[in-house]
Design a binder for this molecule. Sequence first.
Ligand SMILES: Cc1cc2nc3c(=O)[nH]c(=O)nc-3n(C[C@H](O)[C@H](O)[C@H](O)COP(=O)(O)O)c2cc1C
Length: 185
Amino acid sequence: MTGIYFSGTGNTKFCVDTFLKEYGYSTNSFSIEDNETLGRIENENEIVIGYPVQYSNIPKIVKDYIIYNRHIWKGKSIFIIATMGLFSGDGAGILARLLKNYGAIIVGGLHLKMPDSICDEKALKRSFEENKKIVMKAEEKICKSVCNIKNGKPPQEGLGIVYHFAGLFGQRLYFFGKPKNIRTN
Ligand SMILES: Cc1cc2nc3c(=O)[nH]c(=O)nc-3n(C[C@H](O)[C@H](O)[C@H](O)COP(=O)(O)O)c2cc1C
C-alpha cells in the first residue's frame, strides 16, 4: 500500500503516516506536490489518499491533480482520509465520487478531526493541551479503523447519499459566493 497526501500544515501527512504504520507498512507516503509520486501511484494497486477539507470541499490542488492524471486511477483500490478542523458532511465522499468517474474502487472513507490550520478564525482556536487531546483521539480512531479494515469492515465515513446531503446543504451552500481568502499558518 502506498500513501499519498496533500497537507498544508502537516496534519494530514501525520494521519496518513499513522494509518500506514498501524497497517504494518513503513511510512510510505508521498506528497502530490512531489514529481516522483505519480510513478509510485502507477506501480501500486492499493492506495490511501489524504487531504484536508477546505471550505467543506476538497482542496483545488487535489481536485486538479486527480483530474489532470485521470488515466491512472482505473482499477486502483483507494481508501480516503479527510482531515478537518471541525466538521465535514461528505469530505471523503467528494473525492470518492470524482475518483469513481475514473474507474477507481473506493474501499472506504475516514473523517479525522485535527487541530485547525486557519489562523484568523477565533471560534476554532484551541489551547495546546486541547489540540494534543484532539490528535490523540484521531490516533485512536485510526487504530480502530485499521483494525476494522483488517476484519473486512472498512469505515465508510463521508460516503453515500446521507453524507452527500449533509455536505451540500449543511456546509457547501454556506460557503457559496463567500470570498475564500483565509490566512493559514
Ligand atoms: C483554507 C482552509 C479552509 C478550511 N475549511 C475547513 C472546513 O470547511 N471545515 C473544517 O472542518 N475544517 C476546515 N479547515 C481546517 C483543516 O481542514 C484542518 O485543520 C486540517 O486538518 C488541516 O490539515 P493539513 O495540516 O494537512 O493542511 C480549513 C483549513 C484551511 C486552511
